[in-house]
Design a protein around this ligand. Structure first.
Ligand code: GUN
Length: 284
């Protein structure tokens, strides 16, 4: 039976570490500040934003909340971002996605100053990651690296397989595993023999977006399985992209859903925001 990688516990540890560091900065008169922008009333986005604000409160980070109506014009959102870019008291800017369809997400992401891009979505942040320069890294894949490191899973020299090639998870995940000297393969919907590839993996990261698609037949004995998916089944039970019970029979270590990758995303947002504050104060 696989050992469980406890994302709830690890994310709590990280938030506690950030809280201590934020408190130390406060003693020097520095307040760490995150601007959180929500446009419209998508219920899932509302929950995410409220959890992000709660994490700010817990860690001692000041959050500035901007809740704009669903019919907000792109120009209005862009000028709010311009204002926040210029405000020296703001360390990080987060625009919750998805945005209403009259607003071009790509233009919004590009408008955020790269030194406040705590989501790591700006092309400059993505470029820095790919050439190994310091910059903000997308929170979910950054959180997965922390899960692996804090569970003593070696990445160096290991076969790492990522299923999914999104800009938010799959691609940055591949770059991060490469940075840690893993041998990386990224699979996607056009991959010919998925099972043949995933069975080679020492570390398998699954970010497909299909409930319970991966079972034990895709997994090498003793492999570490990281499940990024989260889906609500009929009857309200949550599940991931992996069939947990089946995968846990053969995996060496595995993340549960919920309580695996999910809580890490917000913890890493707190880490990125703290790092932004250090950068803006010339401390790194
Ligand atoms: N929507 C879904 N995931 C994310 C995320 O990590 N950041 C933002 N800003 N929006 C999201």
């Amino acid at each position: 039976m696989a050992e469980i990688i406890d994302g709830k516990k690890i994310s709590q540890d990280i938030k506690d570490e950030v809280r201590d560091k934020v408190a130390t900065l406060k003693e020097d008169g520095i307040e760490v500040t995150l601007a959180v922008i929500l446009v419209g009333n998508d219920p899932a986005s509302g929950v995410y934003v409220s959890n992000k604000k709660k994490a700010c409160e817990y860690t001692g980070i000041k959050s500035l909340s901007y809740e704009l109506p669903a019919n907000t014009k792109e120009e209005e959102l862009l000028s709010l971002i311009d204002e926040l870019n210029q405000d020296n008291t703001v360390d990080g800017i987060l625009v919750q996605l998805p945005l209403p369809k009259q607003i071009n997400e790509d233009r919004v992401i590009r408008r955020i100053s790269p030194d406040k891009d705590v989501d790591g979505f700006h092309p400059e942040s993505v470029g820095r990651l790919s050439i190994g320069e310091r910059g903000f890294v997308s929170c979910t894949p950054a959180g997965i690296i922390e899960l692996l490191k804090r569970s003593n899973v070696e990445i160096d020299g290991k076969e790492c397989v990522v299923i999914g090639r999104s800009n938010i998870v799959g691609k940055p995940m591949g770059m991060l595993l490469l940075r840690e000297s893993g041998t990386v393969t990224i699979c996607h919907s056009h991959t010919k023999d998925l099972k043949e590839v995933t069975k080679r993996a020492d570390i398998l990261v699954v970010a497909i977006g299909k409930p319970k698609m991966i079972d034990a037949s895709y997994i090498k004995g003793g492999a570490t399985v990281i499940d990024v998916g989260i889906h609500r089944l009929e009857g309200k039970k949550l599940c991931g992209d992996c069939d947990y019970d089946s995968c846990a029979e053969v995996a060496g270590k595995i993340t549960p859903v919920p309580g695996g990758v999910g809580p890490m995303t917000i913890a890493m947002l707190m880490v990125n925001t703290y790092q932004a504050a250090l950068m803006h104060r010339g401390r790194i």
